[in-house]
Design a protein around this ligand. Sequence first.
Ligand code: PRE
Length: 422
Amino acid sequence: MDAAALLDAFSAAPRHQLRPAAWCRSTRFASQACRATAPFARADWQAACAILASNSTGGAGHDASSNNNAQPAPRVNGQKPPPALEATPTPDELDLVPVSNLPRPLSISDLSPAPMHGSQLRVAYQGVPGAYSEAAAAKAYPGCDAIPCDQFEVAFQAVELWIADRAVLPVENSLGGSIHRNYDLLLRHRLHIVGEVQLPVHHCLLALPGVRRELLTRVISHPQALAQCELTLNAMGLNVAREAFDDTAGAAEHIAAGGLRDTAAIASARAAELYGLQVLAAGIQDDAGNVTRFVMLAREPIIPRTDRPFKTSIVFAHDTDGTSVLFKVLSAFAFRDISLTKIESRPHRHRPIRLVDDANVGTAKHFEYMFYIDFQASMADVRAQNALAEIQEFTSFLRVLGSYPMDMTPWDAALSSRASQY
Ligand SMILES: O=C(O)C(=O)C[C@]1(C(=O)O)C=C[C@@H](O)C=C1
């Protein structure tokens, strides 16, 4: 069997389709299912892994955060750490790029398959240049060709249609919580998570040069950024209207393009540089250690390994008649000493509500969920394989979204210790 097909079966196929023999231990149900549906042996799997592992070392196609080890001194949001929080760059210090020269975000109408070109890795992200997602793409794939997209959905499709090789998308922030849209899209699309990057997010309050805080009647930004700065804005006495924008840098661009003197944006220092805005306040996130976690997506999964810390992301749903299913799933990990790093539930779009009728008291309406779990183990680890084989017994749907190296970038105390002064 072809190696790519083997991996596809491993990571993206609905349950009961082909899966490697290694998944099929420990449980009666699982081993029967494997005998019935998996026509390949462990040796095939190992051979396939070896072929793909040798293909994937180095070059543009790398997927591990191995780059992270070789990173130069840490930068925040693609920028050098600011010398002091209150320091505002003068126009002379700003290396302005004319806005008209910046790449325009892709939109749905641009999505026709593109011919292959060059060897540079093309990485789709949501937003415009200066967005945190662009910085995350650069951290994940240094030197990549970052492709702005106007929606998350477009970034997924750009990879599916070979316009981009990877997408880098935010899934959660330490203050604002989950970016639910991307959880839903992960399920709707067939891309694989091949890595993660955690980006320190240091927000700035940006306005046109010469504008003073007292003149502001509005602050605009991505809803996540507004949420991450809520307390600080209040403490600054900026109790003005707050408006949601598609992305932080887009909000900065909007102010520059419209010459809006009554409006400030929450965005990165790089967005200030790109769009010619002044930094009224820096480090305005409510927690100095504010971090957003992004996942890297590709058309093909990577080979799970055990020689470095890996995470695996799964999503599952359970039969309506199952009891204590969540408890059983969590136990499958706990009994094997596998730590969970994240659990998320989202509405089950195909079956959002279950009605339970009781003639005496009426009809109970139970909401149905898809559960997303990240756990700290590689799919090459027998413990993880056994845990999933067990979980299959009491779930009606189970998909591995990806098994990928954890971002182990050392925590930079110098950057995170800058309390949100302004
Ligand atoms: O608007 C941006 O700059 C983004 O990259 C999006 C986004 C997000 O979706 O959470 C990314 C990181 C920050 O947490 C704020 C916004």
